[in-house]
Design a protein around this ligand. Structure first.
Ligand SMILES: Cc1cc2nc3c(=O)[nH]c(=O)nc-3n(C[C@H](O)[C@H](O)[C@H](O)COP(=O)(O)O)c2cc1C
Length: 223
């Protein structure tokens, strides 16, 4: 697989098989991904990978937390701007409609949509979870470094035949996850990620999120 194929086949997968992932392979990917560039070579990512009995324990904790505090704990950062303007609001709306269309949940059925969203907190059945933290002292440039690291992880997973779903919804439960991982207070949870083998029969995995055409986001001058 070359880079183009890894990029083209990476999708956010929301349904995984109950099939384990080789721990040595995971370690290798988490290490290799750190070849990502970062401003000043700060390498600001701090990664936790959770699987096996530990993941079972976390899923049990979360099953309880999402009933106790369904709207989440106090957020440590805004996932989206408080007022999401255009064209971003329409893009977000579109991918939501496309997703719920695939799994046949109409807009009016808010309860079903909420229940489906809650599958995030079971990692969509994935056997491995990754959490990415960053020091609270870091700002937007270092947060962008996290993105480069995480994309490397996702592409390397593709190379190994694996899939993933980045999940910033975990920012809704920073206290629970921080306590579970025993993460230092000086670190802030940016995102989680579900990792595993894609379930080809899960209708959610038929979604192919659209992208806007090149001319809408890039301008070329002098070339
Ligand atoms: C940082 C980040 C956080 C995300 N958080 C979630 C999430 O919490 N739950 C989810 O289902 N998808 C999540 N996504 C997936 C996006 O919805 C997805 O990347 C986008 O719709 C494009 O689809 P694609 O990844 O299949 O190309 C996240 C993506 C990124 C990059």
């Amino acid at each position: 697989m070359d880079v183009s194929e890894a990029i083209a086949t990476r999708r956010s997968v929301r349904g995984f098989l109950d099939r384990p992932v080789d721990p040595a392979l995971l370690r290798g990917i988490v290490e290799k991904a750190a070849r990502a560039p970062s401003g000043g070579n700060l390498q600001p990512w701090h990664i936790y990978v959770v699987g096996g009995d530990e993941l079972t324990r976390l899923k049990e904790i979360m099953a309880q937390r999402i009933t106790e505090v369904p709207r989440g704990e106090e957020m440590e950062y805004d996932i989206y701007p408080k007022t999401l303007g255009e064209p971003y609001a329409s893009r977000r709306f579109q991918v939501g409609e496309d997703m719920y269309g695939r799994i046949g949940i109409p807009r009016e059925d808010r309860d079903a949509r909420r229940r489906w969203f809650a599958r995030n907190f079971m990692f969509f059945g994935a056997p491995v979870a990754l959490f990415c933290y960053v020091s609270r002292t870091m700002g937007p440039p270092q947060w962008s470094d996290l993105g480069m690291y995480l994309e490397n992880v996702m592409l390397l997973l593709r190379e190994a035949g694996l899939d993933s779903c980045p999940q910033e919804c975990w920012a809704m439960y920073p206290k629970t996850i921080g306590a579970f991982l025993d993460a230092p207070d000086a670190q802030m949870l940016f995102t989680g990620m579900a990792i595993g083998w894609k379930d080809p029969d899960d209708p959610a995995n038929t979604l192919h999120a659209k992208r806007v055409p090149l001319a809408e986001f890039a301008e070329f001058r002098g070339i």
